[in-house]
Design a protein around this ligand. Structure first.
Ligand code: WTA
Length: 627
């Protein structure tokens, strides 16, 4: 092992990136750092910590120069005005406002397709949409499985300036109808049915239930011409809205605009995956979530990347399916979620090792913290100890990667998302909103905007400010807890609000609670997340029944079914804990801290229960824990 090399840390905002140079790169328990191979580093887009620091420093000190150089590589019908970025990021100074490349006229679909390929894939569907009267600014809901038609429809909307809102096809008809009511789309695009593993799911029936109206389907498309003129848009015109969970029951319509999102997703994709034109890229995310927007559709296609799209389940017909696909299509960049890594890890190495996987060169992880043991298995077994892992931390709200390794640039640490992307200034604050320096832990915030930032919540700018900018004035608050180590590496520790992350899917506890209490026999419900070996977290619900109703297995099933129906199967509670009462403060607030401890059976860590209105409730809950 060579000696530690301390790199210049520059201005306060530049992370301390102390590179420890190790002789080998096998990720073992003892090795804190995992180095990219020399072969990898020498061909990488960013090859050293020094090169990263130089670029990062410029992105912070001269964001306008940094981002306008990158934006100039895209096609703009008209260049943006004098100001690259115009922002108010501080609620104390007025309304939050973020604008990038304002006045610039472009089209993201044009940049994805026309700029990169001769024949536009999005053209066919776009003409159909225009014919039925969809115009610039109209909302279009897309409720489709991961068929080729899904990204094509997104691009078609973008081409004509319609605002797409993809609803994950695992959502129930009731969730879909809630979103239809909120964004009032001109059309809902779906398909008849999809196979998931061996099961057939009839999507069109779900849509019919949601809108109670069966009209056109895809059969009409072939009669349309194969070209469609582009609708030119301002950089700040909306591109899409995507609903995500928050700490109240009502989903939030996160709004992303055109220009900044385009520049940001393309750039993050290029650097975080060390993208080269020869790469074959496969991301296992569904377009119903942000990952499928930014890193199945826009980011890769803007780079002209070859993308593998897979509509099936990753473990069907067997646990080796992913590697079968990797070998068949020579996938070189594979981007997935820790939950899949953990479940494949449980299925055994033999499903992996019987495939070659030699085309792989970069791996990626997203959606939740990846625990070091899953990281090592991903690295050593899937990647044969040769492929760097980009553990990308970001959110629906951020549009693109915020904290991520640049493979090839610096050593990695299993379980850490490493350092900020260009232009991103993460800060850790304490509960009073005071920024903490150096090695510390606290709440993860971001200082000043980045091009891919969301601009508002659809129809509710006030909620946007209250949720994200008021908790710690002067910063964007992510909702995540985080620590920073002595080398300046960031370690995400999970949500600090009432949001649970199940298999990388964001679910608000309040959404599940309101589904449960809609059952006529349920009086009250409190939902918490508990650690789960494969899913990261699972949903654990404490349920109080209406007076006189007895507990029964049948009722338990019925409650779970209610949640499946109202939200979707992915939000079904794993455990219903019968509760004669819930622990509340004297002012009536449910003490979730105590419920979390009971749910995870950490009974010696219940803490102070003396402030409870009825301290005895806790003992009753413990007695009923395994009934
Ligand atoms: C979590 C998904 C740790 C985090 C892109 C965040 C992560 C939430 C990571 C956003 C990661 C996402 N390490 N935690 N690499 N990536 N998260 O909006 O809690 O579906 O706040 O976006 O997922 O989930 P969302």
């Amino acid at each position: 092992m060579e000696s530690m090399k301390i790199l210049p840390s520059g201005a306060g905002c530049i992370p301390h990136l102390n590179a420890v140079i190790l002789g080998e790169s096998l990720a073992t328990e003892e090795n804190d750092f995992v180095l990219p191979s020399e072969e990898f580093a020498s061909q990488a887009n960013v090859q050293s910590p020094e090169q990263y620091l130089k670029m990062y420093k410029r992105s912070i000190e001269d964001p306008a120069g940094f981002w306008s150089d990158i934006a100039s590589e895209f096609y703009w019908k008209q260049k943006w005005g004098d100001q690259v970025c115009n922002e108010n990021f501080d609620v104390r100074k007025g309304n939050i406002n973020i604008e990038w490349f304002k006045g610039g006229i472009t089209n993201i679909c044009y940049n994805c397709l026309d700029r990169n390929v001769e024949a536009g894939l999005g053209d066919k569907v776009a003409n159909y949409l225009k014919d039925i009267g969809v115009k610039k600014g109209d909302a279009v809901i897309i409720y489709l499985p991961m068929l080729m038609e899904l990204p094509i429809t997104m691009l078609a909307c973008a081409r004509i300036g319609a605002v797409h809102s993809v609803v994950f096809a695992g959502f129930s008809s009731e969730s879909l109808s809630q979103r239809i009511i909120d964004c009032k789309p001109k059309v809902v695009i779906t398909c008849n049915a999809v196979k998931r593993g061996s099961k057939v799911i009839y999507l069109k029936d779900i849509v019919d239930t949601a809108i109670n109206d069966s009209t056109q389907n895809g059969d009409v498309i072939p009669q349309y011409p194969t070209t469609c003129p582009v609708e030119w848009l301002d950089a700040e015109d909306p591109l899409f809205l995507l609903y995500t969970s928050g700490s109240t029951g009502k989903p939030k319509g996160v709004v992303h605009t055109t220009g900044g999102y385009m520049v940001y997703t393309a750039t993050t994709f290029k650097y975080a995956f060390d993208y080269k034109p020869s790469d074959i890229y496969w991301c296992t995310a569904d377009c119903g979530w942000i990952t499928g927007h930014s890193y199945v559709t826009y980011g890769p296609i803007l780079n002209g990347a070859t993308v593998v799209l897979y509509e099936g389940a990753p473990n069907y017909p067997d646990a080796g399916r992913s590697w079968n696909i990797v070998d068949k299509y020579k996938v070189s960049i594979f981007y997935t979620a820790p939950t899949l890594v953990r479940s494949l890890m449980r299925d055994g190495d033999e499903h992996v090792t019987r495939y070659s996987r030699k085309s792989l060169r970069v791996l990626g992880s997203v959606g939740e913290p990846i625990n070091p043991s899953a990281w090592r298995w991903f690295y050593n077994v899937i990647g044969d100890s040769r492929c760097p892992i980009s553990d990308t931390w970001w959110q629906t709200e951020t549009g693109g990667f915020m904290i991520t390794p640049l493979p090839g640039a610096w050593p990695q640490k299993p379980g850490s998302a490493t350092c900020p992307f260009f232009g991103v200034q993460p800060v850790i604050v304490d509960e009073n909103g005071i920024e903490i320096e150096g090695e510390c832990s606290g709440y993860l915030c971001v200082k000043s905007s980045w091009p891919g930032a969301f601009r508002t919540l659809y129809g509710d700018h006030e909620r946007y400010e209250t949720t994200y900018f008021k908790p710690f004035a002067g910063y964007y608050f992510s909702g995540d807890g985080c620590s920073r180590d002595k080398d300046g590496y960031y370690w995400l520790t999970g949500r600090v609000d009432d949001v649970i992350n199940v298999s990388g899917h964001r679910i608000g506890t309040a959404e599940v609670e309101s589904a449960l209490v809609s059952h006529p026999k349920c009086a009250e419900a409190a939902v918490v997340g508990v650690e789960h070996e494969v899913k990261g977290q699972s949903i654990y619900a404490f349920v109080t029944l209406v007076g006189g109703v007895p507990y029964s297995e049948e009722l338990r099933k019925d409650l779970v079914l209610t949640v499946r129906k109202q939200i979707g199967a992915f939000a079904a509670p794993d455990k219903i804990h019968w509760a004669p009462g819930l622990p509340k403060t004297r002012s009536g607030k449910i003490m979730r801290r105590i419920l979390r401890k009971i749910a995870s059976r950490q009974l010696d860590e219940l803490g102070d229960t003396s402030t409870l209105a009825e301290p005895n409730v806790v003992n009753q809950l413990i007695e009923l824990a395994d009934s």
